[in-house]
Design a protein around this ligand. Structure first.
Ligand SMILES: [Zn+2]
Length: 359
């Protein structure tokens, strides 16, 4: 197994996000990456620095007008009179969300506040000095893991931060600025005919769903807390099954609030079975730990043990896996969750290799 991470990803250090009507302390803090790196060290896995791919992999799924905005927003913000410490919107444009439509056209004006409302979808995606650099490096990490699998690796882990799965083609939300899982899936299409994304973060992978909603070459499956009760609220329901050519290639598996390990693992198993039936040749596994009972954002009650079993289910698919890091905010448990997940996944890989040797 190979693992990737770039130290620039820890430079992004948001100061605030809106919660219950107050600007709260951030939960996506750089210390998250340290705990996850500790877990990889415990497993004896050497972490590799991804090459600088520039904008290429991100531009394969995000339009240039959106990436230009992310790159230039902070220096332009500094020119505003009496500006706050971070770029945040104060306007939210209406968009009809028509599934037949692809990404939006560019913002009709290049005025900074208009673009900030257009491209930042909520108050959880502040932009500061290093946000663009960290987000772009996070895409490089996902890309390097995808490339490792295309070179023949069975399992590759991308320690992505910032996360990506809420990000649409042209809109940041929910701590996510560029969609690492979508970038990895798109990259894998170079070598594989059928790609699947299985997202087991507590939150619906709404951005990832939208990227591939009209396509059948990438199946998207998300196991998440029922969005009747939980962010991102507006998508994530079972009736969202895809559109046009993509009809039947999107699956949402909601978990009732307060669900425990059994319900969570049954959801992961159902997702894995759908992916097997689809005939996926490679998997992008979007991994979050905010289902954990101790997570500050959790509405379900999954324990650390379940991550090993989830890893075993993923390993039993018997296809190469790119694990892309998404959320998980309880610093004291996320390292253990990653360690258990990778042990579960890789043990089955090792078992298969042993069986092959015997034959
Ligand atoms: Zn999450």
């Amino acid at each position: 197994m190979r693992a990737f991470y770039h130290p620039d990803q820890a430079l992004h250090s948001p100061k605030q996000f809106m919660r219950f009507g107050r600007l709260a302390d951030p939960t996506d803090i750089p210390a998250r990456t340290e705990r996850l790196l500790d877990a990889l060290a415990n497993l004896g896995i050497e972490v590799e620095t991804p090459p600088d791919y520039g904008r290429g992999p991100a531009a394969a799924v995000h339009p240039a007008h959106y990436l230009d905005y992310l790159e230039t927003a902070y220096p332009r913000w500094l020119e505003l009179p009496d500006h706050g410490p971070e770029v945040l919107p104060n306007t939210f444009p209406y968009w009809n969300g028509d599934p037949a439509k692809d990404a939006r056209p560019p913002c009709p004006t290049d005025q900074l506040l208009a673009q900030t409302g257009y491209y930042l979808g909520d108050l959880a995606v502040p932009i500061s000095e290093f946000t663009y650099r960290s987000a772009l490096r996070s895409t490089h990490t996902a890309t390097a893991a995808a490339d490792a699998v295309m070179e023949g690796e069975t399992l590759a882990y991308a320690l992505c931060r910032p996360s990506g799965h809420h990000c649409r083609a042209d809109r940041a939300t929910g701590f996510c600025y560029m969609n690492n899982a979508a970038i990895a899936a798109q990259r894998l299409r170079t070598n594989f005919g059928k790609v699947a994304v299985l997202d087991i973060d507590a939150h619906h992978g709404d951005g990832t769903q939208e990227f591939f909603y009209r396509r059948k070459d990438v199946m998207t499956v998300s196991v998440h807390v029922d969005t009747d009760y939980y962010n991102p609220f507006f998508t994530g329901r079972p009736h969202e099954t895809g559109h046009g050519e993509g009809e039947g290639y999107n699956l949402n598996i909601p978990l009732a609030p307060h669900s425990g390990n059994d319900t969570f693992l049954a959801g992961v198993q159902a997702g894995a079975e759908a992916i097997k039936a689809y005939g996926a040749e490679v998997l992008v596994l979007a991994l979050g730990y905010d289902t954990h009972v101790d997570d500050p954002l959790s509405l379900v009650e999954v324990t650390t043990d379940a991550f090993r079993k989830a890893g075993e289910i993923v390993g039993s698919l018997d296809i190469p896996v790119v694990v892309v890091q998404e959320g998980g905010y309880q610093i004291s448990v996320i390292g253990d969750c990653l360690e258990e997940f990778l042990r579960g996944t890789s043990e089955l890989v090792r078992e298969r290799l042993r069986l092959q040797e015997k034959r």
